[in-house]
Design a protein around this ligand. Structure first.
Ligand SMILES: C[S@@+](CC[C@H](N)C(=O)[O-])C[C@H]1O[C@@H](n2cnc3c(N)ncnc32)[C@H](O)[C@@H]1O
Length: 285
């Protein structure tokens, strides 16, 4: 009886976690979408994802171009958009904007050039389909850097599901399978962890975190908890990249990022891609 109750509760907890993760993955907690939480069937034909992709590729982002020029680094355009088709082009109400991939790449290339001999530890919270982890892996590959990207999500890596992406029409698949064309980069640089970052990050023992990218739960409390796990592991010049540093939409992220910068001594570089997408690149002073 007791075992049954424990199993039932554990099962419920697991489903709650997956639901929360899916809500996040499909943009629901960003107030941009009202689709049902669980996607049990593909949301659209592949042709619809291609239409959205073509539209997204037409947009220009002068502030991001400018940032790349400053960093003297820009991700290969064709490679970037191909990855985005698989991992960023989704059905949602708001416009697609995946410029954080370009910014992450440029930021890490610039950093890696200054740390040629170092083994880099990168931490990402919120893997989703793997887009940002792969942009970071590409930066490490292109600069011949050694190191690891540890990326965390509630979502499993090896369970078949629909991802609200162009490949859904062919049936559910694991993230590992979705990203199989990128397996060389992944095997070399990326380690996928499944679990709540509040617990999983605290278990890690990184000697140093050269770059952290916080992109899981967008609340003040959650960002502060994630930061507390890497606090003290960064040296001068190390970086925290905050996605969605957008006061109107994510006041919690902005409050946490500002608090971290002022209390723990980080310089701030803000990039505004659009009214809905702002990013903060914080550098340890
Ligand atoms: C905005 S998406 C991440 C996007 C990804 N970084 C990218 O650029 O493609 C947020 C992700 O955070 C995950 N997530 C939500 N709550 C989490 C938690 N408590 N711990 C770990 N991951 C979480 C969701 O499952 C979702 O995949």
């Amino acid at each position: 009886m007791l075992i049954e109750t424990v199993m039932r509760n554990a099962g419920r907890l697991f489903i709650q976690c997956i639901n929360r993760a899916r809500q996040k993955l499909h943009g629901i907690t960003r107030g941009k979408q009202s689709n049902s939480v669980l996607i049990e069937n593909p949301l659209a034909e592949a042709s619809e994802y291609y239409r959205l992709w073509n539209k997204a590729r037409e947009c220009s982002y002068p502030t991001v171009d400018h940032y790349e020029r400053d960093c003297k680094a820009a991700i290969e355009t064709a490679w970037f958009h191909q990855l985005a088709l698989l991992t960023q082009v989704v059905i949602k109400r708001s416009d697609l904007c995946y410029q954080h991939g370009r910014l992450l790449y440029a930021t890490l290339v610039q950093y890696a050039r200054k740390h040629v001999r170092d083994h880099l530890n990168i931490v990402e919270t919120g893997t989703a389909r793997g887009f940002s982890a792969l942009c970071l892996a590409k930066a490490m590959h292109d600069t011949r850097t050694t190191g690891k990207i540890s990326t965390f999500d509630l979502l499993p890596h090896d369970v078949k599901m629909f991802w609200n992406c162009v490949r859904d029409a062919d049936g559910p698949r694991t993230r590992a399978n979705l990203l199989q064309d990128y397996s060389a980069l992944i095997n070399r640089y990326v380690v996928f962890y499944q679990g709540d970052t509040k617990e999983e990050l605290a278990k890690m023992t990184f000697p140093r975190v050269n770059l952290a990218f916080f992109d899981s739960v967008h609340s003040h409390e959650h960002v502060m908890t994630e930061f507390s796990s890497i606090n003290g592991l960064q040296e001068t010049g190390d970086i925290i990249f905050f996605d969605d540093y957008t006061p109107e939409l994510y006041p919690g992220v902005v409050k946490a990022a500002d608090e971290i910068c002022s209390t723990y001594g980080y310089g701030k570089k803000i990039v505004i891609a659009s009214s809905q997408r702002r990013y903060l690149i914080a550098e340890k002073q």
